[in-house]
Ligand binder design. Structure first.
Ligand SMILES: Nc1nc2c(c(=O)[nH]1)N[C@H]1C(S)=C(S)[C@@H](COP(=O)(O)O)O[C@H]1N2
Ligand SMILES: [Mo]
Length: 261
């Protein structure tokens, strides 16, 4: 996929943004900045040249418009796609993954490491015992297809809370997958109520092709940020040490780190 395709899939302002919303966003942004939340405006990785200027402008404008954390649009049951597509990796050949798949994921667990009060692992059952959230949203793949699905999962903020909460110096959450994909998001998206670790799709267990047993749903970002087949989570103050250090496999290969829809 070319960079232009990626760029064109992003909109600077969410649809239906009114002048009033714009104006009420300003004090909210002030609040963001007052809390020292500059990360919310500038990506950790900026590409070279003109497209780098676009990286900064796109993220800062989007975040300015979203300073009060609006929800991504949620749809009706009747809007759900009959067959949610599978895309990219659909069944990692990783040995551990294949074993967990055979065992029905009963021995799988998600380590939550790094800058949390009590680093620990969560079994699927433990994640399901956290207050769940269900949302019918549009998945927008940067490669040109959207699909509406109903996702159920544990809000990421709840998971981190159950791990003792995040330290003040935490800046990003890094997600590693069983197919060696990794991605990261900043605390602004971590805190959003629609950012969930999903174990269900359309009222059923998350299918293998869609990332079983657990995937990220970060509804205000493109398809590629919604990482499937989660292996572990790290709460960090720096993205160095993961892959090529840009904060994701996609950004390692030249995509914008911030995939705002
Ligand atoms: N681990 C992992 N996560 C991934 C991918 C992948 O190949 N591996 N593909 C990404 C892309 S580009 C998209 S569009 C969505 C596709 O999700 P789906 O298979 O549920 O449609 O997953 C994203 N997350
Ligand atoms: Mo995608």
């Amino acid at each position: 996929m070319s960079k232009t395709e990626l760029g064109s899939s992003r909109r600077v302002a969410p649809r239906g943004m009114s002048r009033r919303r714009l104006l009420t966003s300003v004090p909210a942004l002030g609040g963001l900045l007052a809390t020292g939340c500059a990360d919310a405006l500038v990506p950790p990785t900026v590409r070279r040249g003109l497209i780098g200027a676009a990286d900064v402008l796109t993220m800062s404008t989007t975040r300015w418009l979203m300073a009060d954390q609006p929800l991504a649009r949620e749809y009706a049951r009747s809007d759900i796609a009959p067959d949610f597509p599978t895309w990219g990796q659909t069944n990692p050949d990783d040995e551990d993954y294949q074993r967990h798949l055979r065992e029905g994921f009963v021995n799988w667990s998600l380590p939550v490491n790094g800058l949390v009060g009590r680093p620990r692992s969560f079994s699927l059952e433990e994640l399901k015992r956290l207050p769940p959230r269900t949302q019918i949203t549009a998945h927008v793949c940067e490669q040109g297809w959207p699909a509406i699905g109903e996702w159920t999962g544990a809000p990421l903020a709840q998971v981190l809370e159950a791990a003792g909460g995040v330290a003040p110096e935490a800046r990003y959450v890094v997600f590693s997958a069983m197919d060696r994909w990794y991605e990261s998001i900043d605390m602004f998206d971590v805190a959003h109520p629609q950012t969930i670790l999903a174990y269900g799709l359309n009222g059923a267990e998350l299918p293998v092709g869609n990332g079983a047993p657990l995937r990220l749903r970060v509804e205000r970002q493109c398809g590629y940020k919604n990482i499937k087949f989660l292996r572990s989570i790290d709460v960090v103050d720096s993205l160095a040490g993961f892959g090529r250090g840009t904060g994701g496999l996609s950004s390692d290969y030249g995509f914008h780190w911030y995939g705002g829809v």
